[in-house]
Design a binder for this molecule. Structure first.
Ligand SMILES: [Fe+2]
Length: 116
């Protein structure tokens, strides 16, 4: 999925699948965040309120892309570039910090679990 978005952004003209990409992103975010949040609750992760707040903020961004797409008020390329920037920010600011902290917590509290 991330490769699709990058290609969409780079090529510019190939944005016919942007609505499908946004739909996939929404589904992925919903599923991935739900799994993490269930693990946080089950393990009583101490920083879960902050982590879940970040998830809610990112979900709002992702849902906003579909609203922007459907409004037809701006170019698909502009939305695709914003999605690309969102994913970069998600990787740098959330996955590499918050998800790593959660993963360490889960590993320390349940050594036999599989990684998320
Ligand atoms: Fe997370």
């Amino acid at each position: 999925m991330f490769a699709d978005i990058k290609q969409t952004t780079v090529q510019g003209a190939d944005i016919f699948n942007l609505d499908a990409i946004i739909g996939d992103l929404i589904a992925y975010v919903d599923s991935h965040f739900r799994t993490e949040e269930e693990l946080m609750m089950a393990s009583k992760y101490p920083d879960r309120r902050h982590h879940i707040y970040e998830h809610k903020t990112m979900k709002a961004h992702v849902n906003g892309y579909l609203i922007r797409y459907n409004s037809e008020l701006e170019s698909k390329l502009e939305i695709a570039i914003d999605i690309n920037d969102f994913i970069k920010s998600w990787l740098i600011n959330h996955i590499s910090i918050e998800d790593i902290k959660l993963s360490e917590h889960l590993n320390n509290n349940n050594p036999g679990r599989k990684n998320i």
